[in-house]
Design a protein around this ligand. Structure first.
Ligand SMILES: Cc1cc2nc3c(=O)[nH]c(=O)nc-3n(C[C@H](O)[C@H](O)[C@H](O)COP(=O)(O)O)c2cc1C
Length: 328
């Protein structure tokens, strides 16, 4: 495919927007490199969360950033042509992206990019999403090009999911490395990465979301009392095969699901603690009938009249985007 000359400003803005993607503990484990009209995405080995031994959470995070990039470029009038794992000798090189022009940028392209700014991880209880069937139709259309498998859990599956959540937490109760790492990423002094305290929940709030990960608790006035307990619908994203390419694809699918929900006015949260421990992952695998569940999304309704959520920080563009040829 011939490479289109995309203005550098467009590339920089698209990468800036792509980096608003969700990432494991807000670790932002990506590195972008631009040169010769090609943008390359690498997983940054220096930013892996140490308890993410397989690097799975980092791959999912990078996949989400790749899909965000696609959305951002489309809103600027460019199609992203993605070559996955172009270098068989370097598995950190996840994708190379060249661009071609789109004949017309639609309102839908623009709204999807705007959704990137609106999306955030909501850990408070969510009310049940209204008109799920119509949302599910648009969500399935949004992920149709992806190789990942998407399953919606039913109300009946909820007890098993709660059990999986409890099991994963209890199996790691004495895992010092896990808890130390989580405390590090939620320390209050970080300015460009990690999860700020305002985005976490108090013990009482956490009790109202039985399927959520237990983070270090914060102490503040109990919020969203009008939603006494979480009634979100849970979507499970699974890889077709246990390959790096398929796990990366789960991240792209996660991004598509979250943005579609945001566009529909729904709030979202992400759950991966249940897939990190084999015993709880097996429960999720049984619920979905899939061998390789990777990540779950809670989708529901947050009250409209609430204070704007804190925006989680991101690393400066100069840290994450490098140039192989001097930019003009
Ligand atoms: C692969 C992955 C796994 C995640 N796992 C969890 C989780 O188990 N629990 C949770 O509350 N948030 C989880 N998150 C959400 C991140 O903490 C969140 O994306 C990050 O702090 C940035 O905040 P934002 O999503 O509001 O921009 C996960 C995100 C990703 C991409």
């Amino acid at each position: 495919m011939p490479k289109t000359h995309t203005p550098l400003k467009v590339i920089e803005q698209a990468v800036h927007l792509a980096c608003r993607a969700p990432s494991y503990h807000n670790s932002q484990p990506w590195l972008w490199e631009y040169g010769d009209h090609e943008l390359r995405l690498y997983v940054d080995a220096d930013r892996l969360v140490s308890t993410d031994g397989s690097g799975r959470q980092a791959l999912i995070s990078c996949g989400a950033a790749l899909d965000h990039l696609r959305v951002a470029l489309a809103a600027a009038g460019f199609r992203a042509n993605v070559d996955y794992y172009p270098n068989p000798n370097d598995h950190r090189h996840l994708a190379s992206v060249t661009t071609s022009t789109i004949s017309y940028v639609t309102e839908a392209h623009r709204r999807r990019a705007e959704a990137i700014w609106m999306r955030h991880t909501d850990r408070l209880p969510l009310a049940s999403p209204p008109d799920w069937l119509s949302f599910e139709r648009s969500m399935r259309a949004a992920v149709a090009d992806q190789p990942s498998l998407v399953d919606v859990l039913t109300e009946l599956d909820r007890t098993d999911l709660e059990e999986a959540s409890m099991l994963s937490e209890s199996l790691r109760m004495y895992d010092s490395a896990y808890h130390q790492e989580m405390h590090w990423w939620t320390a209050p002094f970080e300015v460009s990465d990690g999860i700020p305290h305002a985005a976490l929940v108090s013990a009482a709030e956490s009790d109202r979301v039985a399927i959520g990960r237990t983070f270090p608790v914060t102490h503040h006035r109990e919020r969203r009392l009008e939603v006494p307990e979480d009634r979100s619908t849970v979507v499970v994203i699974s890889a077709a095969d246990d390959t790096r390419r398929d796990v990366l694809g789960c991240g792209e699918t996660l991004s598509a699901v979250l943005l579609e929900a945001t566009l529909a006015g729904l709030a979202t949260g992400i759950l991966s603690h249940v897939t990190e421990v084999p015993a709880s992952r097996d429960i999720v695998a049984e619920l979905t009938g899939r061998s390789y569940p990777q990540v779950l999304a809670r989708i529901g309704l947050a009250p409209a009249l609430e204070d704007a959520p804190v925006r989680t920080p991101r690393r400066p563009l100069s840290d994450v985007l490098h140039y192989t040829t001097k930019p003009s």
